[in-house]
Design a protein around this ligand. Structure first.
Ligand code: PDD
Length: 286
């Protein structure tokens, strides 16, 4: 099926959607993005994604050419026009087409390029990864120092995913100064007893929207939350490990660098948190 996508105010078949070769997203990686999940045709955690988009843009001195109200309507239209029941919406805003290549930002009168498209994932609630868990490798975190800004500069995370694939694994835990920062496209956690341990927010990690919501729900249950960094060895010896993200929700990690975590199967805490996140997320979805 040909998707309907959104480019700068127009809804177009994906085969007719184009962006200039001078677009700074293409030439300089000068763009930010968001991924919002859709369950039952509704948007999960939308307010969080909208707020983080505004923060990413503001940190890079970019303006959003589309109002918040219109952007929500574009999300909804794409869900409707593409008949998305479960899936993802990808949004990207670049600094636009400056008409040439230059390191210097174009003036503020150059509008940003806004692109949105959908990805249908019918089994988003019950992906094989969520049922079986994933295996991860450790990978040196050589990304730039502003990982809190959600930019499209994803070459190192792609290299991490490829290294994981070559090792027969699904993902990587980035490690900086001996401590895990996060997953290649997710936040990382370990479980010890009733404690959920995850790295505190800083410029070292993306401030995950799923993370924020999960920690809020977890705090309302019997779990204690400890925001601190942990090592690969600690993850290997934890009761459980898991990752969170808009495309993965809560996904158990069953092996780290070849060593089984806990029993080597998805643990009860990750499973319970996933169920809680999906159930509450659906109730609050818009
Ligand atoms: N990635 N950390 C990194 C480096 C990420 O790329 C992501 C999300 C997260 C989790 O953030 P959130 O819970 O807001 O999705 C953490 C998205 C899903 C992606 O790049 O596809």
């Amino acid at each position: 099926m040909t998707r309907t996508v959104y480019v700068n105010g127009d809804y177009l078949p994906e085969t007719e959607a184009t962006v200039s070769i001078f677009d700074r997203g293409f030439l300089m990686g000068d763009a930010v993005y968001e991924v919002t999940s859709v369950l039952g045709g509704k948007l999960l955690d939308y307010a969080g994604h909208e707020a983080r988009l505004a923060r990413s843009l503001s940190e890079l001195e970019m303006t959003n050419p589309v109002s918040a109200e219109d952007l929500l309507e574009v999300h909804r239209q794409l869900v409707i026009r593409n008949g998305i029941e479960n899936g993802l919406i990808y949004l990207q805003i670049s600094r636009g087409n400056a008409g040439d290549r230059s390191f210097v930002f174009p003036d503020a009168s150059v509008p940003g390029t806004v692109v949105l498209f959908t990805q249908s994932v019918p089994d988003l609630e019950t992906t094989p990864a969520s049922q079986k868990g994933i295996k991860v490798i450790s990978f040196d975190d050589l990304r730039w120092g502003r990982r809190d800004i959600k930019t499209v500069q994803l070459l190192w995370p792609s290299m991490a995913k490829m290294a994981a694939k070559k090792a027969g694994c699904e993902d990587a835990f980035f490690v900086k100064d001996g401590m895990v920062t996060e997953g290649s496209s997710s936040n990382a956690y370990i479980v010890k007893g009733n404690r959920i341990i995850t790295r505190p927010l800083s410029n070292d990690i993306l401030h995950g929207i799923t993370r924020a919501t999960l920690l809020k729900y977890a705090a309302e249950t019997q779990y204690e939350i400890e925001e601190r960094a942990f090592t690969i060895e600690e993850a290997q010896n934890a009761d459980e490990a898991f990752v969170t993200g808009a495309s993965t929700f809560i996904t158990p990690v069953v092996e780290v660098d070849g060593k089984a975590v806990g029993t080597g199967a998805p643990g009860p805490v990750a499973q319970r948190l996933r169920e809680l996140y999906i159930a509450e997320g659906k109730k609050a979805a818009i």
